[in-house]
Design a protein around this ligand. Structure first.
Ligand SMILES: [Fe+2]
Ligand SMILES: [Fe+2]
Length: 156
C-alpha cells in the first residue's frame, strides 16, 4: 500500500526547500550560513519524506474508523520513526542552531525575508516535534491495535 504525505505538508516542505535553495545561492555570510544549513537539512528532509510524514496520510481514514489489512504495512515506517526519533530530534537541534546563525547573518545583511524564513523553519521544526511526529507514531499504534483486533476476528 502506498502512503501519501498530506498535500499541505508536502507543499510546505517543497516551499521551505525552495527558499533554502535560493538563500544558499547568495554570496557572502548569508549564503554561507544557508549552505551549511542546507547540508544539514537535506538528509533530514529525505528521511521525513520517506518515514515520518507518509503515515499521516492515514489520519483521515483512521479518524473515520476505517481499517484495511494492508494498512499494517505502515508499521514498517512508524517503527522506524519511533526507533529513529532521538536522532531526528538531535538533527532538529543542529538545524535550529544553524538557523539561528543564518538568522543573525540575515539580520546583519538586512535580508528581512531570510529572517522570516528562519523563523518559519524554526516553527516548522517545533510543529513536527509536537504534532507531526507524535501523530505519525500514534497512527502506528492505532494500526497495530486494529490489526490485532482484526486477526482476533472480533472474538470476545
Ligand atoms: Fe520538515
Ligand atoms: Fe524536521
Amino acid at each position: 500500500m502506498k502512503f501519501t504525505i498530506p498535500t499541505p505538508l508536502r507543499q510546505e516542505h517543497e516551499a521551505l526547500h525552495g527558499t533554502l535553495r535560493n538563500a544558499a545561492a547568495l554570496q557572502g555570510e548569508v549564503g554561507d550560513a544557508a549552505k551549511t544549513l542546507a547540508r544539514l537539512m537535506h538528509p533530514h528532509f529525505v528521511k521525513e519524506d520517506e518515514t515520518a510524514l507518509p503515515p499521516l496520510g492515514l489520519l483521515g481514514a483512521l479518524a473515520r474508523g476505517e481499517f484495511a489489512d494492508e494498512m499494517a504495512e505502515v508499521l514498517a515506517l512508524t517503527d522506524r520513526l519511533e526507533a529513529d526519533l532521538p536522532t531526528m530530534l538531535e538533527e532538529h537541534a543542529a538545524i535550529v542552531a544553524a538557523l539561528q546563525r543564518l538568522r543573525a547573518a540575515a539580520e546583519r545583511a538586512d535580508r528581512a525575508e531570510i529572517v522570516a524564513f528562519a523563523d518559519e523553519l524554526i516553527q516548522h521544526a517545533r510543529t513536527e516535534e509536537e504534532v507531526m511526529y507524535p501523530a505519525a507514531i500514534l497512527v502506528g499504534r492505532q494500526v497495530r491495535l486494529l490489526a490485532q483486533r482484526a486477526r482476533a476476528g472480533g472474538a470476545p
